[in-house]
Design a protein around this ligand. Structure first.
Ligand code: HPA
Ligand code: ZN
Length: 324
């Protein structure tokens, strides 16, 4: 059992964390038909592209600052109840604009939810602004410029998510230069739906301190060695990988091989109810299915705190909470 272990996560898309019951309540609130999207209390999708469409439609059920505050607060309070001390949520100002709320109000709502959860439970949270790959490089640059204005004090990093098979990493180099110049923390989705080459491109072109997934680096032993040497932190999400068919089973998942090769690894939930998981379940699978000892799992949590996009005072406080 991993219930007693303190937990931290670096990679969860906030709209992807909405429990189906909450999404249904939102659908009722806005009188939206979600037939075919939610069945028997679970989200319905088949392949990755289909998942992204389902994700966008569910995200579209959250429309006001209050909706976002409630979503973030509910997610983080549940995490805290499972022993989590830190969470970085991936947020999308583009989505805030798409639904007509506006990016500032979207971040304000989510930020209020993070503050409310901290007041109730002590859990620390930050927001990572994501660029959306399938919206293209020009939109990504606009969003990076917005992120560079530091639109909310809890925004501390930048990511790139969405359809990994569209565009090249190089197409987003300028967006990342903008984010780096603004001293935002740098991470990027790679090596999930696309192979080792996408991880190599991410590593050499974007020079991130972390990679979202990165697990398909395992296809290239030289690249694995390079990741280990560079100390890049992999935000692995095993349950997500299995749900999307990236690997056939947890036994076939490369988490242990990557760790054994010297890569710095962490456990994350990605879009938990979409992938039938939770952060607590990822910890449980690492223990019960993958066979990691408690001390090995604690080391992953320590890596997450070490790689968190927070100021050093907060990092020290988080390490103290981990050791308490
Ligand atoms: N992968 C890529 N893009 C995403 C995801 C994901 O799991 N969730 C939301 N956008
Ligand atoms: Zn993700």
């Amino acid at each position: 059992m991993t219930r007693h272990l303190k937990k931290a996560e670096l990679h969860c898309h906030i709209e992807g964390a909405a429990p189906p019951a909450l999404a249904l309540a939102q659908a009722r609130k806005y009188n939206v038909d979600v037939g075919g999207l939610i069945e028997d209390g679970a989200y319905v999708w088949t392949a990755f592209s289909d998942f992204l469409l389902c994700y966008d439609r569910i995200a579209g059920l959250f429309r006001s600052e209050e909706d976002y505050a409630a979503l973030a607060e509910a997610y983080l309070v549940a995490l805290a109840e499972a022993g989590t001390i830190y969470s970085e949520i991936i947020v999308s100002p583009d989505h805030g604009n798409t639904i007509g709320l506006g990016a500032d109000a979207y971040l304000r709502g989510l930020g209020a939810g993070i503050e409310a959860a901290r007041a109730r439970t002590g859990i620390e949270g930050r927001m990572i602004i994501t660029l959306i790959r399938h919206l293209g490089p020009e939109q990504a640059e606009r969003t990076a410029l917005y992120a560079a204005t530091r639109p909310h004090p809890l925004v501390t990093g930048i990511n790139l998510a969405g359809e990994e098979r569209m565009h090249r990493v190089a197409d987003f180099a300028r967006a990342y230069d903008i984010a780096r110049d603004a001293a935002l923390g740098i991470t990027i989705h790679a090596g999930e739906m696309a192979g080792a080459d996408s991880v190599r491109d991410a590593l050499t072109i974007v020079r991130p301190s972390r990679i979202s997934h990165g697990v398909r680096a395992i296809e290239d032993p030289g690249l694995v060695a390079q990741l280990a040497e560079a100390g890049v932190v992999l935000e692995t999400c095993p349950g997500s990988n299995i749900a999307l068919g990236v690997f056939p089973s947890f036994d076939a998942h490369p988490l242990r091989a990557l760790r054994d090769a010297g890569c710095r690894v962490t456990l994350n939930s990605d879009d938990p109810p979409f992938f039938n998981t939770s952060l607590a379940q990822e910890y449980e699978i690492a223990s019960a299915v993958m066979g990691f000892a408690d001390a090995e799992i604690d080391a992953m949590t320590r890596t997450a705190i070490d790689a968190a996009f927070v100021d050093e005072t907060t990092r020290a406080r988080l390490f103290a909470a981990l050791d308490a």
